[in-house]
Design a protein around this ligand. Structure first.
Ligand code: ADP
Ligand code: MG
Length: 309
């Protein structure tokens, strides 16, 4: 049983409360009044699983909050509050100082307030629960992609996975790649700007194809993507030229970019967002009626994304 079947079988029992949209999207949505919904999500980082053992306290703190902010971004929600559950192997003052400073820096940048948490002793693990706000029924969902929508991704894909791959091969990644891996930029401004413009949205945490598939399954649609349109950094381009293997770009995780679908009539508005936010948005394909992802571009190998089980 994989991670997603496990969740579906044992934990998808939100029930029929009309004020709650539960398991299955980047955040749950809870209606708080006639105008607004809370968006909430929790993500855990475990040493040796989500970050290598020698990662600095500052990088761990940044990543722990950034990946959670990314889930708010995927819903188009504005960050408000977070709680922090910290499990530490030992009391290390300099580690804690560095961790807390980096956490505060990112929290201030996104105007999100730490309101509580829990502290325990054990293997290093960081869980953050974020809460944001979005206008009622305006959140970006995985389930609203429409046939004919254009599929976009922000910035470049696969850089973090390439950094990790290099570390595992004992090749030193460039500073630029390493920072994509350790210091992801959550696309909060983009997510908020896409409200009312994108039909469906997800953040790419587990690999472009696997995360796009979550949109496709929940929207009952398919996709055709063009490999030549996938935005790649220079180092990823070189890696693909050398290896003739696209899997790191298509299935590597930890990008924290947004993948979203936009109806053709909203494309001019999207262009304006791209200019206003000075961000690169690339059209990589189309939402279709057929099931699954059809890849155009002559690379047919099945790429496996990370799953915990
Ligand atoms: P993301 O990658 O965006 O954090 P996940 O793939 O981790 O999302 O989770 C998929 C969905 O399953 C989310 O809606 C999440 O809230 C839900 N989920 C994951 N684990 C559990 C659990 N143990 N109990 C209830 N819901 C869960
Ligand atoms: Mg997500």
């Amino acid at each position: 049983m994989n991670e997603f079947e496990l969740i579906e079988k044992y934990f998808n029992w939100t029930g029929s409360n009309p004020d709650v949209i539960g398991v299955g999207d980047d955040c749950a949505l809870i209606t708080i009044d006639s105008n607004s919904q809370l968006a909430t999500s929790v993500d855990t980082l475990i040493e040796g699983v989500h970050f290598p053992k020698n990662t600095s306290a500052a990088d761990i703190a940044h990543k722990a909050l950034a990946v959670n902010l990314s889930d708010l971004a995927a819903m188009g929600a504005t960050p408000e509050y977070f709680t922090l559950a910290l499990t530490l192997p030992e009391f290390d003052e300099s580690w804690l100082k560095e961790f807390s400073n980096a956490l505060k820096t990112l929290a201030n940048q996104y105007n999100i307030t730490l309101v509580g948490g829990d502290t325990t002793k054990g293997q290093l693990s960081i869980s953050i629960n974020v809460t944001g706000v979005v206008k009622k029924n305006k959140a970006l969902l995985r389930s609203s992609a429409q046939v004919g929508d254009v599929i976009f991704v922000s910035n470049t894909i696969g850089d973090a996975a390439l950094a990790l791959w290099k570390i595992q091969q004992n090749i030193k990644p460039s500073e630029q790649l390493l920072s994509q891996f350790n210091r992801p930029d959550p696309q909060v401004q983009l997510g908020c700007a896409l409200v009312g413009i994108a039909n469906a949205c997800i953040d790419i945490s587990d690999g472009l194809e696997q995360d796009l598939t979550h949109i496709l399954k929940r929207s009952n649609v398919g996709a055709r993507i063009n490999l030549s349109d996938i935005p790649l950094g220079i180092e990823m381009q070189t890696h693909i030229e050398k290896s003739q293997d696209w899997c790191l770009a298509l299935a590597g995780g930890d990008d924290y970019e947004l993948c979203f679908s936009v109806a053709p009539e909203n494309l001019s508005k999207l262009k304006k967002i791209e200019e206003d936010l000075d961000i690169k948005l690339s059209a990589i394909g189309l939402i279709t009626q057929d099931e699954g992802i059809e890849r155009m571009g002559g690379f047919d190998k099945k790429c496996l994304s990370y799953q915990h089980f």
